[in-house]
Design a binder for this molecule. Structure first.
Ligand code: COI
Length: 356
């Protein structure tokens, strides 16, 4: 599809952050955004890259009332030779359309998704930070913009992409986080939207997250919504537990997100000689195995979170330290290997990296 590139007036050009250690996560946005509209009877029309700025939305539009919205997260990396790489962007495009199907939104053709992302990143390449642990976070989003108060799928959508130079998702950087196992609220139920990347899942997680923060924890680990027994995910990341040379993670059965990083970790861990079990594990077993030392380390995986070590888990007021409470050997190896491939320091034998 032809993408129009609108002029960027000088007054809309922002100053870049000179200290990349202060980027944080998702607080700064680049100069331009990609936008294309879908209209019933017409399909996708008027793809353009325009100056970053607010939308003028009708106060009645569907996304503001019924949350018909989906999004993705991926990253662009600046390599030492100056080139720019994306990591497995086609997986994000496919997951986006899986979410779209669940939310009754139109499919974004994979080529359009990838073209919008690539052309925008190419134009904004100067914004890609280079300090270790930094990258350009890419947020493709679709919102329902028809102005009507009836509960129904919209007849008008915006698919847009914004970019944010980022550092680590957690303020502590690559350091162990403390996670509280949530036993009161649930994130997803069988048949619900847990597998879709939609804003409502995150809105409904806020209360538990705030309560966990008040108790000194970084995030919550969700249990299954039916029996409140089986470990699921952490919202911003999928969870892994290491038992010596075996790694365990929750299976993809419809209520957790199918993480691109999760999938990459499974491949890398197997390459490193670990057995990976995608199996249902109940929280009592996890806590007992942490206590007895059978679980040697735990970590989360996600685009924003990359690989995040988990130092302690709290369930029903018992806090158990995992391993030494520090960064486990496999966690460190996976972090180094994954970020090495993403930044071109380690050869990519999987064909994951896409130069743009
Ligand atoms: C991502 O990892 O890209 C996500 O979308 C998680 C988000 C909560 C920051």
């Amino acid at each position: 599809m032809q993408i129009r590139v609108l002029p960027l007036p000088e007054e809309k050009q922002k100053k870049k952050c000179s200290d990349e250690s202060k980027l944080g996560f998702g607080k700064i946005f680049t100069d331009r955004m990609f936008l294309v509209e879908w209209k019933a009877g017409q399909g996708w029309v008027d793809a353009r890259i325009e100056p970053y700025g607010p939308f003028s939305l009708d106060p009645a539009c569907l996304v503001l009332h019924y949350g018909q919205e989906i999004f993705e997260g991926l990253k662009a990396y600046r390599w030492q030779d100056g080139s720019v790489a994306l990591f497995r962007p086609e997986m994000n495009a496919r997951r986006f359309n899986h979410s779209a199907e669940r939310l009754c939104m139109p499919e974004v053709p994979e080529e359009l998704f990838l073209q919008g992302v690539a052309e925008l990143v190419r134009l904004e390449a100067d914004w890609i930070p280079t300090a270790p642990g930094t990258s350009l976070y890419i947020r493709p989003t679709m919102i329902a913009v028809e102005a009507v108060l009836g509960v129904k799928p919209s007849d008008h959508y915006y698919f847009y992409v914004i970019l944010s130079p980022v550092g680590a998702y957690y303020a502590g950087g690559f350091n162990p986080v403390k996670i509280m196992v949530e036993d009161q609220y649930v994130r997803a139920v069988p048949g619900g939207t847990g597998e879709a990347k939609t804003g409502g899942n995150y809105a409904s997680s806020l209360k538990a997250g705030l309560e966990a923060k008040k108790k000194g924890f970084d995030q919550v680990l969700w249990l299954d919504g039916k029996e409140r027994r089986f470990i699921e995910e952490v919202g911003a990341m999928n969870m892994f537990f290491t038992y010596g040379n075996r790694v365990v993670t929750a299976p993809l059965e419809g209520s957790i997100l199918s993480g691109v990083t999760r999938n990459s970790v499974i491949t890398l861990a197997a390459e490193l000689g670990f057995t990976v079990d995608e199996c249902k594990t109940d929280i009592d077993t996890i806590m007992a195995d942490i206590r007895s030392g059978k679980i040697t380390e735990a970590f989360g995986s996600g685009t924003a979170a990359v690989i995040t070590p988990v130092g302690a888990l709290c369930y029903k007021n018992e806090t158990a330290t995992i391993g030494s409470g520090g960064v486990g050997a496999l966690t460190q190896r996976l972090y180094d290997t994954l970020t090495g491939i993403q930044t071109g320091v380690i050869a990519d034998k999987f064909g994951w990296v896409k130069k743009i």
